[in-house]
Design a binder for this molecule. Structure first.
Ligand code: SAM
Ligand code: SF4
Length: 449
């Protein structure tokens, strides 16, 4: 098809599994592919290129990948579409994927996104199949891929570092994403300025442990200083980041929450378990007392600070007593929300060697108990916001009703209220009228100054 630019344009369909980081990687793939005149389609049947971007951190996606590949085989037969697998499964399986799936054209490892156009060109021009799963030690794969005008947004993710050196005993990230590598701050700041010029109001800095930012880079600034420089960028109104490791949460970072006006008062600080014994087996490097101290300090600087976290139930050797300690921690901290997971064995990790695995039935029971306790806490917290006026950054039309707009408070709570499309990208005052388990309802204040 000949596009507006007079160039032959093709269509790419990307199926994404997993976390925010993977969603952002899919967005990066779209950006690099635009340079090769591939535009996104939401319909796999009309795609010239189909990419399956996989994540294996919490789920075992292999089965899902093979069944997706089975579905798209027809598109290959009918349209000659090129098919690729990216992300964790591509990284782990590499050539095995090409061996098992004869109609698969590309295996794109976690460090290969920036060279995707080269790989694609090779397939298009030679018909040969490609597999790129090397780790790029220089970090060129992290280079900025500037967004084009076709992707205007209110908020955007910005990767500031990749990989991880922590090797928590349950986690596959260091194996599939490689070692920790920070991007130079000058590049990050350039990217954010570019986003601000295109109307982006909120940036969320991404990395496995953003508070370790700068480690291993000579003469690089630390994370609090990076935040402070982003705070100066005109046009950016809100800054968020995820994820922080409790071990690396410095006093300087805690203080940044009170010094930097654009830094939103929300932190995602995974604790994983409320039992010191289990934390030690997880190789997490902190104790529950020190975790609680950090929460206390954060709340001393910003009493309204929202705190969310990740927690795992059923880690090998977790006894009823350990699980009760996890519940105690949840009751004590009163998290705004929790992402809770059943432990799932990952090949190659240290915990996979432990022989005291917890029965699936017990893991499931514990998850249900924990989620019910958290559901009540989240609801109570959302009810407590009723009557308050919150600054809401408007993101777009609500999924619940097309008469409503949706946005988020600085504390990252989702708010729906009556409004119109002209509000998108603006921060407006909204009086909260109702708190629900997963969102808030409010009324926009028209006369607020
Ligand atoms: N780097 C972050 C940290 O240290 O908190 C978290 C990154 S990890 C990609 C996201 C979450 O997935 C973890 O916090 C953990 O709760 C969960 N997770 C990782 N491996 C898991 C496993 N094998 N089983 C269950 N949950 C897992
Ligand atoms: Fe995984 Fe631990 Fe690294 Fe987080 S810190 S990515 S949980 S190894």
């Amino acid at each position: 098809m000949v596009g507006e630019r007079g160039l032959v344009e093709k269509k790419v369909y990307i199926e994404t599994y997993g976390c925010q980081m993977n969603e952002h990687d899919s967005e990066r793939m779209l950006r690099v592919l635009e340079g090769s005149f591939y535009l996104e389609t939401k319909e796999p049947q009309e795609a010239d290129l189909i990419l399956i971007n996989t994540c294996s951190v919490r789920e075992k996606p292999e089965h899902k990948v093979y069944s997706a590949l089975g579905r798209y085989k027809r598109v290959k037969e009918e349209r000659g579409a090129i098919i690729g697998v990216a992300g964790c499964v591509a990284q782990q399986e590499g050539l095995r994927l090409l061996d098992r799936v004869p109609y698969l054209d590309m295996v794109i490892g976690t460090h290969a996104i920036s060279i995707l156009p080269d790989l694609l060109r090779k397939v298009e021009s030679t018909g040969k199949r490609v597999c790129e799963t090397g780790f790029d030690e220089k970090g060129t794969y992290l280079k900025t891929i500037f967004p084009t005008d076709s992707l205007p947004k209110v908020k955007s993710f910005v990767t500031i570092m990749q990989g991880c050196d922590h090797f928590c005993s349950y986690c596959v990230v260091p194996f599939v994403r490689g070692r920790e590598k920070s991007r130079p701050s000058a590049e990050i700041l350039d990217e954010i300025r570019h986003l601000a010029e295109r109307g982006v109001k909120e940036v969320c800095l991404l990395g496995q442990n953003v508070n370790g930012y700068g480690r291993g880079l000579d003469q690089e600034i630390g994370f609090p200083e990076l935040l402070s420089r982003i705070n100066e960028i005109e046009g950016i109104e809100r800054i968020r980041f995820t994820t922080s490791h409790p071990k690396d949460l410095s006093n300087a970072l805690i203080k940044a929450f009170s010094d930097l006006s654009k830094l939103c008062e929300h932190i995602h600080l995974p604790f994983q378990s409320g039992s010191d014994r289990i934390l030690e087996r997880m190789h997490r490097g902190y104790s529950i007392v020190s975790y609680l101290e950090r929460i206390e300090r954060l709340r001393a600087f910003r009493p309204e600070m929202a705190v969310t976290a990740d927690v795992i139930v059923g880690f090998p050797g977790e006894e009823e007593e350990d699980f009760n300690q996890t519940l105690n921690l949840i009751r004590k901290v009163q998290f705004d929300d929790l992402f809770s997971f059943k432990y799932s064995t990952r090949k190659g990790t240290a915990a996979a060697q432990l022989d005291d695995q917890v029965e699936e039935k017990i893991k499931q029971q514990r998850l249900v108990v924990l989620q019910e306790i958290q559901r009540e806490i989240t609801l109570r917290k959302n009810l407590a916001v009723e009557g308050r006026t919150e600054e809401v950054l408007v993101e777009g039309i609500s999924k619940q009703s097309d008469q409503d707009m949706t946005g988020r408070t600085r504390t990252n709570k989702s708010v729906n209220f009556q409004g119109d499309l002209q509000l998108v990208g603006k921060v407006v005052p909204v009086r909260i009228t109702k708190g629900f388990a997963h969102s808030l309802r409010g009324e926009r204040l028209l006369n607020a100054s």
